[in-house]
Design a binder for this molecule. Structure first.
Ligand code: ZN
Ligand code: FE
Length: 263
């Protein structure tokens, strides 16, 4: 199974393809060598990556309860025992947690501070992990490359509030989302934001990346702000296209999400 690696000054970020279109991530702090695994869709490709690099696991972080983010956990723990971190609000339907996390809380991976943000919408209790020193945020099925996760449990208003929190992250934040859905997300985004030149350019880049077998995640927060329609509720061009010049941002978000459901 393929993987892709990004090196920053302080961290190594490995994106691992799992199942049909899921991603798991390894984040390693170079100074201390400590490693976190973020989400566990399936064990085999993650084990292969760890073994190839000679890494052990120090922490396992879970974003939400869906099977395609947790099912590989028992098999990983058998070979790579590590404390499991997840949302306290989701603890009743996550595997057994060693560390239960709440919105606004934080913890450390080595010397790297990791902030916990409730991003309910796709599910209630879905959390994101934001590590500013690593320039990385793990958003799974909330903020996705060019889109947002389907609203299985939450309302558009809840997801809009979650997106408003994530919209505070700097442009250079690597957005590590849970699936390779970018091609479809961008195709939809063009229907509501057709005159957006940055979006048109992203469409071309996405097409060539996929044709070459490359991942389109992680993406960068600056690119998301420029092209992701769920972060652009206030944009004049998008509002004009929707015929909603006077609506609230939340109403625009709801309309975009509704159109995607019918796309
Ligand atoms: Zn999910
Ligand atoms: Fe998922």
């Amino acid at each position: 199974m393929p993987s892709e690696t990004i090196e920053t000054n302080s961290h190594t970020l490995v994106t691992i393809a799992c199942l049909s279109d899921n991603y798991a991530y390894l984040l390693r702090e170079k100074e201390t060598g400590v490693v976190a695994l973020i989400d566990v869709p399936e064990a085999a490709p993650i084990k292969a990556e760890l073994n190839a690099r000679g890494w052990i696991l120090n922490q396992i972080w879970l974003t939400h309860h869906h099977f395609d983010h947790i099912d590989g956990l028992p098999d990983i723990l058998a070979d790579f025992p590590a404390p499991v971190y997840g949302g306290a609000a989701d603890a009743h339907r996550l595997p057994e947690l060693d560390v239960a996390l709440s919105d606004g809380g934080s913890f450390e991976l080595g010397d790297t501070q990791v902030h916990v943000i409730d991003v309910s919408g796709h599910t209630i209790g879905h959390i994101a992990f934001f590590a500013p020193a690593a320039q990385a945020a793990f958003t799974a099925d909330s903020l996705m490359a060019g889109g947002c996760g389907r609203l299985f449990e939450g309302t558009p208003e809840q997801m809009h509030a979650s997106f408003a929190k994530m919209n505070n992250w700097p442009d250079d934040t690597l957005i590590c989302s849970g699936h390779e859905y970018t091609t479809a997300n961008i195709a939809f985004a063009l229907t509501v934001d057709p005159d957006n030149a940055a979006l048109q350019a992203r469409n071309n880049e996405t097409q060539s990346a996929r044709a070459a077998g490359r991942f389109t995640v992680p993406s960068l927060m600056g690119l998301e702000r420029a092209t992701n329609p769920y972060l652009r509720s206030g944009d004049t061009g998008l509002r004009k296209e929707l015929g909603m010049p006077q609506a609230t941002d939340a109403e625009v978000f709801r309309e975009v999400r509704k159109r995607k459901d019918n796309f």
